[in-house]
Design a protein around this ligand. Sequence first.
Ligand code: NAD
Length: 431
Amino acid sequence: MAQAKPAAAPIGELPPELDDPLFLQAVGQLDLALVHAGVDGSVAERLRYPERALSVSIPVRRDDGTIGMYAGYRVQHSSVLGPTKGGVRYDRAVTLGECAALAMWMTWKCALLRLPYGGAKGGVRCEPRSFSVGELERLTRRFTTELLPIIGPERDIPAPDMATDEQTMAWMMDTYSMQVGHAVPEIVTGKPLSVGGSVLRPEATGIGVVMVVEEAVRRLGGRLDEAACVVQGYGKVGGVAAHELALRGARVVAVSDIAGGVHDPRGLDLAALDAWRVAHGGLEGFPDAEAVTNAALLELPCDVLVLAATEKQITAENAGRIAARLVAEGANGPTTLEGDQILAERGIPVLPDILTNAGGVAVSYFEWVQDLQRFFWDRDEIRARLRDLMSDALNRVWTLAEAEGLSFRSAALVTSIREVADALEARGVYP
Ligand code: NAD
């Protein structure tokens, strides 16, 4: 019989740079799942900390001639399964600890889908709405240059996240390519098609959210085409998810952006809403529905509540008033540990982020593979492959949750942790 190995000595107190509420939330979830994962203590301890973190200061020439300084980060949580992968966000709340939490979730997400990647995340602490296009380009190009020592198609592959998009990725790809002297489309995913992007990538996360929701509703004995849905966040994830839900016959009764939401119990006219948003720059003032605050939107009675905005939206404060029958996490970390526990006590199932929003990294993986092969697939092939990956992951999570009486979040984490732990065990500790 193999001798039990001693646990690794803990690093000690949490390093101050990781003492961040979101990182504590990620580690808290890990600890809850480790109880069920049955992995070696020393392996478990290694999963608790990111492998590598880079902190940079980015000077940006503003349009008025002054130089602004911005803090940027890139955190790589685990490279045991392959290069690290994760988004870049521009947001005033970005911290190293936040990036570390999001990088850890990316590790679980990639492992859950059995992608040959580990998790990373990065971002710049700034107010992106106050930047002109030229300022955003200069910020992105300088940030990419600062990241050069640790990114690369075989090392770490960035992607879009909050307030970054295809254009941001094109600037990152161009900056990296200029450094090495030839086009390297596989350095980032989420690029425009013209520089090696993939069809379906922009919609993939939102489509994946709805694939998971549809299957979960069916397994729970309901029908999506009879469901009333609320979507918080109307951006790249929530906007697509709302349309996909409507396409499948669901009634989208409320959606919101950062300024607030709109509500119509009969179902919103999303085409009219999109036209309003284009004309007015947001949802605010849409005349054919009732205005609702983001806080009130979360508490509307509905069958499915899709959280597609940002972190820490369901908390100890409001979890007792959530009136949804099923919560789907399109955003990363939208439910705090306390919020999760209250929802569990109230019997409201939560489809966890690492499963529900994994469609984005799945199609990012397809984009990277296509770039490496210089051979591109069509929309139907990508949609079919996405469906296969998402339903395989959902099936494994559901089976484990039922077999061991776990929440979907714990089952998803346990599944991922076991994948990563097996690889860590096999590779051992260097040197
Ligand atoms: P986005 O910037 O395109 O959209 C975010 C939306 O949420 C916008 O409508 C914004 O107005 C709204 N919002 C922001 N802060 C809010 C707040 N405090 N309250 C209410 N609404 C708020 O970003 P996105 O890419 O759609 O990302 C949304 C979430 O999904 C993030 O947590 C992100 O990490 C996660 N995610 C994104 C992808 C992807 O492929 N884009 C993949 C996986 C996970």
